[in-house]
Design a protein around this ligand. Structure first.
Ligand code: ZN
Ligand code: ZN
Length: 359
């Protein structure tokens, strides 16, 4: 697995005409070496691979990254990294354009005198298609999130705060095997529902309010992502109507997510569906994003998507929403795997409209 990932990096090095790349992004250290820790760099050349870290991590790195030569640094991570680059005899070296901070770039440029250090690579692209092991981790994370949703339903009632709901969700995910939340849990109730990213506050939930919960549990370093919206007590006609339209659009998108589909086209189809009831104008964000070691990855399903060809093994979220300032809003989201023939929603929690009985 790591072997084929290194091969992919080396193919990219050859394509770009560089001898090596310095890897600094946390999730890419993990992906390309197997090592799970920070304050570390990788130097991957056409025929060598080194992991530079400090004494806290040398033993762990030896166990987790057997394909790498482990180099311990004592006087500075960047100076040791530069030393390794030189010892590998590299003349032209790339860096991660979206991950190396400017100060470190400048320092490395100075330390690498005589080495051409100006090619920016985006290694994230190599993580777009997930292998069977990665898919199994994401599937498990989705199952954990599903269980948490089922458990939190019996807790939500008038008088509890959004923060208490978030705590229940996060605790349930932990108890079901998640390492930590994939991102800051969103619980937006009542008027706050018009905030697409309304993270939980101390607002008290009241009868008649919609409650949007967007959350996910990390498993083996991989994210999951689900949104469900429920009503506390009987819903109004308008709440039921808008929910039914968002759900219809969300389910329609599931049928469009398949190999060969373009990210822009799937997004556009959902906008057009919502427009039939004049709701498209309340849907301001993209339809979906990929996820994996990070919660937001490419490919995207949006107006700006550059993906013209979804492929089996890719993941995308399908998350239309309607947000009306002064009224509230709702969203329904699944994590979806692109399969050989179509797609499979990995999150399976009930998404028919739930109106929690008031007793
Ligand atoms: Zn989400
Ligand atoms: Zn999402």
């Amino acid at each position: 697995m790591i072997k084929s990932r290194l091969e992919a990096v080396r193919a990219l090095l050859a394509e770009q005409g560089v001898d090596a790349v310095v890897v600094t992004k946390y999730v890419n250290l993990h992906y390309f070496s197997g090592f799970r820790g920070d304050d570390t760099t990788l130097v991957i050349s056409r025929d060598k691979a080194a992991l530079i870290t400090d004494n806290r991590y040398t033993e762990q790195a030896g166990l987790q990254a057997p394909l790498f030569e482990i180099v311990e640094q004592q006087d500075g991570l960047l100076s040791k990294t530069a030393e390794v680059v030189k010892s590998f005899g590299c003349r032209k070296v790339a860096f991660e354009g979206n991950a190396l901070i400017y100060d470190d770039f400048q320092k490395l440029t100075e330390l690498l005198e005589g080495v051409e250090f100006r090619t920016a690579l985006h290694l994230d692209k190599l993580r777009e298609i997930k292998d069977a092991e990665e898919i199994s981790y994401i599937r498990k994370g989705c199952e954990i999130a599903d269980k948490a949703f089922a458990e939190v339903l019996s807790f939500i009632r008038p008088g509890v705060t959004e923060l208490a709901v978030a705590a229940r969700l996060e605790n349930a995910m932990r108890e079901n095997g998640s390492e930590k939340p994939s991102f800051t849990t969103i619980v937006a109730s009542g008027l706050r529902g018009s905030l697409p990213h309304g993270t939980a506050t101390d607002k008290v939930i009241e009868a008649g309010e919609l409650v949007t919960m967007d959350f996910g549990g990390m498993y083996q370093g991989y994210c999951s992502d689900i949104t469900r919206t429920i009503c506390v007590g009987p819903a109004s006609e308008k709440q039921r109507f808008i929910y039914s339209k968002v759900l219809e659009a969300q389910k329609m998108a599931l049928t469009l997510i398949k190999p060969g589909a373009a990210g822009k086209a799937v997004d556009q189809a959902v906008r057009e569906a919502l427009d039939k009831d004049d709701l498209g104008k309340y849907f301001g964000h993209g339809l979906g994003h990929s996820l994996g070691l990070e919660i937001h990855e490419s490919p995207r399903l949006s107006k700006k998507s550059t993906c013209n060809d979804l492929r089996p093994g890719m993941l995308v979220t399908d998350e239309p929403g309607v947000y009306i300032p002064g009224w509230g809003g709702l969203r329904i989201e699944d994590t979806v795997l692109v399969t050989e023939n179509g797609s499979e929603a990995l999150t399976r929690a009930n998404k028919e409209f739930i109106e929690i009985p008031l007793n």
